[in-house]
Design a protein around this ligand. Structure first.
Ligand SMILES: Nc1ncnc2c1ncn2[C@@H]1O[C@H](COP(=O)(O)OP(=O)(O)O)[C@@H](O)[C@H]1O
Ligand SMILES: [Mg+2]
Length: 429
């Protein structure tokens, strides 16, 4: 019988921004992790995945709801739960061995046992022979292995990993993944569950027994899928590709629900997706090519343009916002407007883009209107930034403004001067 190890019950988290504003990041998150499972949490960037992992580990408190670890509420850093981050802050003046021992010092383990356990963890993770190396002598992949050793040396019951492979090149990452898988299967680590966050669908299917798809704004679990393929898995196995397809379908059916609500939802402070005009053009051209006849499978798009979901979904979302394409059940289809855009010449394209931007992106329209009204047709970017900060975190506000400025400049809706931060009308007359 499988026991629940971690129960996440109605977790909600909001962050304070300014005096009264709150940024709601997680809402109504319910999820149970069982003994013996590897669970992948898959979601777009900014959907609150890291926040959720930190709450599970007891590093931050939820605003409402709670987490139980082996039946007991988590209040503060939980013993038995260890975390691996995307990049590890190794202390540069300490050797590999000393960096790994660090995790045990905090637990009050004596020197002899510390050394013994650190050496064992270093061996296990394949760093044998590097005990006395300094972090600067190691490659990125090796440094990440030190991070794993530091997490494993405390003999954790549960391992949480926040995008642990995303800072590594593909080969190094694959290598580390398969080593980790061997370790898990050999049961040498004493681990009873692994929860990892990723934005790669392939990575989730490759490693996990269960894939949790996380919805954003605010983050919540939107689907929970079991992956039953035997290990070791191969990403060219048709059954593997099938599962990848299923996830795309799940993720885009979810975005379709968003789409239905969108007519009234996309407002001035909408978290606009980060996608560039050249990506928009590239994907529309690909779709409109005779080979594809206006319609493609999203996994094929991702493969063909080598995009992961953090690049692909913002792009398809922008195409939907601008009514250049429609996404449904894992397929993307070009609209007549999208077709007209592709068929147009450079100047005509700018014109079409400008019309769609004004029509469908309230922020672009607002900036344009403000510039029209201003006697000298100018405005400082700070003005729009502080407006956006009513809706978004400071960081996101900046990103959204940068993004819309890039679109607006392409469309020649407005001009922007980097050095002064001044927006102005391109053709004020
Ligand atoms: N300490 C914090 N203070 C304010 N906002 C935060 C804080 N941590 C995260 N956020 C915001 O919460 C949202 C979710 O962040 P995060 O959990 O890092 O997402 P993910 O890991 O899915 O990319 C983002 O909008 C981020 O800016
Ligand atoms: Mg994160």
């Amino acid at each position: 019988m499988t026991q629940p190890i971690i129960e996440i019950i109605n977790v909600e988290k909001s962050f304070k921004k300014g005096d009264r504003q709150e940024l709601l990041v997680l809402k109504g998150v319910n999820l149970t992790i069982y003994e013996g499972e590897i669970v992948a949490i898959l979601g777009k960037s900014g959907s609150g995945k890291s926040t959720l992992l930190r709450i599970i580990a007891g590093l931050i408190n939820p605003t409402a709801g709670g987490v139980h670890y082996r039946g007991k509420p988590v209040n503060g850093p939980a013993r038995g739960i260890a975390m691996v981050f995307q990049t590890f802050a190794l202390l540069p003046w300490l050797t590999v061995l000393q960096n790994v021992e660090l995790g045990l010092e905090a637990l009050g383990v004596d020197r002899v046992e510390r050394r013994e356990r650190a050496i064992k963890a270093i061996d296990m993770i394949g760093l044998d022979g590097f005990e006395s190396a300094l972090p600067k002598e190691l490659s990125g992949g090796m440094r990440q292995r030190v991070g794993f050793a530091r997490a494993l040396v405390v003999n954790p019951d549960v391992l949480l990993m926040d995008e642990p492979f995303s800072a590594l090149d593909v080969l190094t990452a694959d290598n580390l993944k398969s080593d980790l898988q061997d370790l898990w299967q050999s049961k040498k680590t004493g681990l009873n569950a692994i929860v990892f966050v990723t934005h790669s669908i392939d990575e989730a299917i490759m490693m996990a027994d269960r894939v949790i798809v996380f919805n954003s704004n605010p983050g919540l679990v939107s689907s929970d899928m079991r992956v039953t393929l035997p290990f070791p898995r191969s990403d060219i196995d048709p059954r593997f590709r099938n599962q990848v397809d299923r996830i795309y379908t799940l993720m885009t059916t979810q975005s379709q629900r968003h789409e239905e609500a969108r007519a009234n939802v996309i407002d001035l402070g909408y978290r606009l997706p980060e996608a560039s005009v050249s990506e928009v053009t590239g994907l529309l051209e690909l779709l409109a090519s005779p080979e594809h006849q206006g319609k493609m499978d999203l996994p094929d798009v991702a493969d063909m343009l080598t995009l992961d979901i953090d690049d692909l979904f913002p792009l398809t979302e922008l195409l939907e916002i601008l009514y250049f394409a429609k996404v449904s059940k894992g397929d993307i289809t070009i609209t007549d407007e999208g077709k007209a855009f592709v068929d147009a010449d450079i100047l005509e394209r700018k014109k079409i883009f400008s019309i769609h931007l004004k029509k469908y992106v309230p922020l672009a329209r607002y900036i344009y209107d403000q510039l029209i009204r201003h006697p000298r047709h100018r405005a400082l970017e700070e003005h729009f930034l502080s407006l956006l900060e009513d809706y978004l975190s400071e960081e996101e506000a900046e990103r959204v403004l940068r993004t819309v400025i890039e679109w607006g400049r392409y469309a020649e809706l407005f001009a922007y001067d980097y050095s002064s931060g001044v927006l102005s009308l391109e053709n004020p007359h």
